[in-house]
Design a protein. Sequence first.
Length: 166
Amino acid sequence: YGTSRNDFKGKRIRRIRKHEMREAAKAYGTKLDGKPKINLIWFGEIDGYLPFNKRVFLKLKTLILNLKPHVVIAPDSFFSLDLHPDHLHTGWLVYVAIKSMKPFQRPLLLLYHSFNPNFYITIKDLSIQMEALSKHASQISPLGLKYLKLIRGISVSYTHLRAHET
């Protein structure tokens, strides 16, 4: 769902969002065949309606155990700046899934959108993140897209200037 436009709901928005995500992933680099270096895994739940239940908990826990990541980054649902129900449910589900694992199985959990963050990432080249974000056009208002283009131009100019300073 994830949209107020009824003509976009269902399979249409699903196709659009998958396409946008694949294009955004390419901003971080591609293989020789043009596919993103980032491995995308589709979780299969409905946007805007992520349940907080045992079925989804077990599905997520199994995914984490199978992937064996060193780090999981998830929304902070306890001290959050973001009150979107899907983001809150995701944070709670990830937290409970990781806490339910045996200590030797647990990846490091990093939380974002928080009043009390437990990590910071220095961004050396903001243009990559801005390029990726710009691919999610169905999730950004027309005013937001205009603002993003302005910021993107500023970040590219700043990166260009910084490259010439060194």
